[in-house]
Design a protein around this ligand. Sequence first.
Ligand code: ACO
Length: 446
Amino acid sequence: AKNVGILGMEIYFPKRYVDQQELEKFDGVSAGKYTIGLGQHRMAFCDDREDINSICLTVVQNLLSKYQIPVTSIGRLEVGTETIIDKSKSVKTVLMQLFSPHNTEIEGIDTTNACYGGTSALFNAINWVQSESWDGRLAIVVAGDIAVYASGNARPTGGAGCVAILVGPDAPIVLDTGLRSTFMDHAWDFFKPDLNSEFPVVDGKLSVSCYLNAVDQCYRKYIDRFEKRHGMAPRSATVNDLDYFCFHSPYTKLVQKSFARLAFNDFLRSDQPDKWAKIGDLDRFKSMKVDDTYFDKDLEKTFMAVTKDSFKSKVDTSLLAARDLGNMYTGSLYGGLASLLSEVEPTQLVGKRIVLFSYGSGLASSMFSFRVVSPPTDIHRVLNVRARLDSRTRVDPAEFDATMQLREHTHNAKGYSPEGKLEGLFPGTYYIKQVDEKFRRSYGRF
Ligand code: ACO
């Protein structure tokens, strides 16, 4: 198939959020730490009525109905998530309730590696449509998580949400073939060894340096390939040759730093020292050991200043959902793409290239891009991200904290009916009705 890419997109996030400024006060940290230091405004969260199955049911049902997709037209459906509630049964099989009995021939299962599973699922789906195994039907990729951390410094970087992507041929948003780059390695930056807990074990500082190293590694390969593809002189391309960027966003400040990091890479690989000399004396950064560069304030400040305007025009628009929802783990990057497509006029996007950086701790990362070949008008209309974010309900931090405790106490419970009130959900949301004595979960739709 030709021009394989994104035909449709839908996002789901919970109705309730906590305000990060109020959370700063509640947690007793200095004013500005979460809002300015981490760049987060609001954080979405779920009570015990929702789990990974229910949020995926909601987003897929909404995708099918909003785009009027017949269930028989889907030939592949897979889920990227790290929110594990069963060691064997995939979320995908739960989603089959939306298709069975009309369509029970749908390939794909779940893919897991921290925040990267959605990207692996997307690559699988696109590869399938491009392959000889393709049967002419469409694919759906679901990427989402309920991201919760133990109380403490990582808690404000939680979040919740889910994105569903319809993949097929002749798309308005087409994957660039031959450009994507990948960097994978073994690291203990963030992992979930304790299946009795929803919380990860996280080494915050290490996770940031792993993320920035992955940015370096993926970008260098991506930009080399970009130059070759476009017949450009080696080491001549920079971020200015690319139109828009979406990053996996654990918190938006890290994305701003990562974009600055791309400019640092442009400087290191540039064959035009005179151009960079105009900005100032940057040579001191050339001789630094790479491990010393990740947290060097002088370097960070310099390249954040270099990219101040380009960050505004190329990146900031994609951070709407990340700032207002928090980290959706696998959904975060695609919430970024959804924000961009929802915020920018569809006709203005035509001819533009969107670069995506995906990172999952542990670690797996890729950089790849899409080109917009025709106005993604339906996607823009359906997503409507800003208005939907603004239609949510603010909950005070004490109630948020109590809800986190409720989730902790009921994690893995059996013979259990959730306490969460249904009014806390958007209409049309799937919720857990009951978990029986054999841990079997049943769902209803509000
Ligand atoms: N006003 C403005 N800024 C402030 C204030 C204030 N009052 N107080 C602190 N800050 C700044 C700090 O200077 C710091 O900025 P910097 O990063 O530019 O130096 C920032 O706010 C954060 O403060 P720290 O003290 O560094 O934060 P802390 O160490 O408590 O926690 C961390 C941050 C490590 C990110 C933590 O939230 C965490 O572990 N999160 C989960 C892991 C994570 O998200 N990793 C990212 C990649 S891996 C992944 O996606 C899961």
